[in-house]
Ligand binder design. Structure first.
Ligand code: WT7
Length: 635
């Protein structure tokens, strides 16, 4: 629902220096795109050879049960083996895998050897607790190295992780635990954010009291404040890692290429989040290929994906792909402007970051503090930049390019989704750029922009963004709800067999793609994906609320913010105190990211004659815009 109020600057070109073509991991775009399009199986089969397989695949792609596509059928692999085990057999064992900085300022670095040992130890702990192939494990942690260790350990033992972003609250956690039927949960006592402790364990305790499926909780000590530990259920991570059972040797479990690796919940058009399911084989091939080609990672790079491991960006491009490639990553625990607005730029300088990948909302947020903050630091180590999460407005693009990249670092504006696993529409470092456009599809990806019937729309016209061919990193299903998977993504263009992204987009005369935003009831708030229905059901779960409507309204820094309108039940009086109580309720139920910026108590909502709330009209009113066609309005 991002408002495309800016005019795509379709004739503003940026040409990267020729050096980005020399020695590039990616071949020439036009050539490889055409070659891949001719035979996607040959293309992806070739890419898969860069991984270590326990047994080769018999077929690259099985389309027989579409849309339940299968990739690398018959192949045996473990993604964690590719991320760790294979590297410790080479010189890379002594290479730094992860540099980490805590918000209070601690610094730590882990070599591939060390990370491999920690993961093996924890994999042994998990196994000793009875974790088996296919078990679902919930992870709810801050941005500390142990979250990466926990995820990789799950992969090693063949368990399926379900990471819940640390910004979610008790009800969101309880719902996800229940949906995944997850009996083991890994968390930490707390996380540092803006100098404050976010009490994660306390939230977990509340969530578990609602959803008693969880039998075991493993707690990493991070912030050190007292937490309650329930005997027989809760264990300290450091205690378990000190047991003799926690041996640093562990054979990665042989997985089928199509075995599930993780579930990651994301918002859709209903109140119930969707458990997006990804697998070991295709996901490993897709994330590592896209990272290698788009950000051209080399052994001397220091890669910083400034996302959270709790989102797909972190899964793919903090945890799995960089390790598969044997890269050095940086991860930071806390807030970008703590204690001062130069924190990020200081860390770029301190750690010699060479590639920075972040979201437009973060850029706009830091832009607000002015140029003096980045200008105090030597940012000359940066050679490539990236953007993800929502359309980047040309103004923010230009600032990022000029002030951060010093007019030489190209910006890779990567369009993709939780569902796609990795980059889908993106430049390569040697591709000419236009600020605000994600340029063209990655090799092997076929897209189109079409009308409701599926006809391609002409350049300059908005349409539905669809993906016309399967790709290895695609979601395989919605966990426990295959019908919803088919309905949601594959039914509108069932005849053609295309994947519906839910985004609207247009192409310009040069064939460059401009993403406009979601055209369903999903809102991007500070790059976070939220469903209006989730916020609404959160609001009506409060005893005072009879009906609620939530809409996304454009915001200069956050992309969109939420406005919500509630009708009270009889007997409740509107008041400032009640408004605050409702906001608090959402913070408790879903999390701070879902709290409406504006919450109004009203006596009626615009509805169709059949009783459907007209969000389009509410949104137009909220923005002070014309209401459009209101002939079906009953009010
Ligand atoms: C939605 C997916 C992909 C990782 C983070 C978000 C929007 C994402 C871009 C971009 C314009 C973008 C789309 C998409 N989006 N990247 N570069 N330009 N829009 O994953 O939470 O699953 O959200 O984010 O609307 O559908 P997600």
């Amino acid at each position: 629902m991002t408002d495309n109020s800016f005019n795509p600057a379709v004739d503003e070109w940026y040409y990267p220096d020729e050096k980005y073509r020399e020695n590039a991991n990616a071949p020439d775009y036009d050539k490889i795109y055409a070659q891949a399009a001719k035979d996607i199986e040959a293309f992806w089969g070739e890419r898969a050879k860069s991984l270590d397989w326990f047994a080769p695949w018999e077929r690259v792609l099985d389309r027989s049960n579409a849309p339940f596509f299968k990739w690398f059928v018959g192949g045996k692999i473990n993604i964690a083996y590719n991320a760790l085990d294979r590297h410790v057999k080479t010189w890379r064992r002594n290479k730094v895998a992860l540099i980490w900085e805590g918000e209070p300022g601690e610094k730590e670095s882990l070599t591939y050897w060390r990370l491999h040992q920690e993961v093996n130890k924890f994999a042994n702990v998990l196994r000793s607790m009875g974790v088996k192939k296919g078990d679902r494990i919930t992870i709810y942690m801050g941005r500390i190295p142990e979250i990466i260790i926990a995820m990789l350990s799950c992969a090693k033992v063949g368990a399926v992780h379900s990471v819940i972003y640390g910004g979610f609250s008790e009800q969101a956690i309880a719902d996800r635990i229940e949906d995944a039927n997850s009996r083991l949960l890994i968390t930490c006592d707390g996380a540092w954010l803006r100098g404050q402790v976010v009490p994660l364990k306390e939230t977990v305790d509340k969530a578990i009291s609602k959803s008693p499926i969880v039998e075991t909780v493993i707690v990493v000590k991070r912030t050190g404040q007292p937490v309650s530990m329930e005997q027989g259920r809760d264990y300290w991570y450091h205690d378990l890692m000190g047991l003799p059972i926690a041996s640093p040797r562990f054979e990665s479990v042989e997985m089928d290429a199509e075995d599930p690796l993780f579930i990651l919940y994301t918002s859709g058009t209903t109140g119930k989040p969707k458990g997006i399911l990804h697998t070991h084989g295709g996901y490993a091939v897709f994330t590592s290929t896209t990272l290698s080609w788009v950000f051209d990672l080399k052994d001397d790079d220091r890669w910083w994906c400034a996302a959270d491991p709790g989102w797909i960006t972190g899964h793919s491009y903090i945890v799995y792909a960089p390790l598969i490639l044997g890269a050095t990553s940086f991860m930071y625990e806390g807030a970008p402007n703590f204690p001062y607005p130069n924190r990020w730029w200081k860390m770029v300088e301190d750690h010699g970051i060479s590639v920075l990948y972040t979201a437009p909302t973060a850029i706009r947020g830091l832009m607000r503090f002015g140029e003096a903050w980045p200008n105090r630091h030597d940012l000359s180590s940066l050679r490539l930049l990236g953007s993800v999460g929502e359309p980047i407005n040309p103004e923010a693009w230009r600032w990022y390019f000029r002030v951060v990249g010093k007019e030489h670092a190209p910006i890779m504006d990567t369009w993709w989704q939780t569902e796609t696993g990795g980059f889908m529409i993106t430049p390569l470092p040697h591709v000419a750029l236009k600020p605000g456009s994600a340029t063209r599809p990655f090799p092997g990806i076929e897209i189109d922009i079409v009308d409701e019937e599926g006809n391609s729309v002409p350049p300059g016209t908005d349409g539905n963004l669809v993906i016309k061919q399967p790709w290895p990193g695609m979601l395989r299903t919605i966990y426990g709800d295959a019908d919803r998977f088919v309905r949601q993504y594959w039914s509108q263009y069932a005849k053609q067999g295309w994947y519906l992204t839910g985004d609207s987009a247009r192409r310009d005369k040069d064939g460059y793609v401009w993403i406009i935003g979601r055209n369903d009831d999903v809102i991007k708030v500070s790059g976070y994906r939220l469903g209006t229905a989730e916020v609404e059901s959160g609001l009506v779960s409060h005893p005072a609320v009879a009906e609620a409507a939530a809409v996304g309204v454009p915001d200069e820094v956050r992309g969109n913010v939420i406005y919500a309108y509630c009708i009270l039940k009889a007997g409740y009086q509107p008041s400032e105190a009640l408004v605050n109580e409702l906001k608090d309720h959402i913070r408790q139920q879903i999390g701070p990211i879902a709290v409406p910026t504006k919450l109004e108590l009203v006596t009626s909502l615009p509805k169709t004659r059949s009783g459907k709330i007209m969000r389009r009209v509410i949104r137009a009113r909220a923005m002070g815009m014309p209401e459009g066609d209101t002939t079906t309005l009953e009010e």
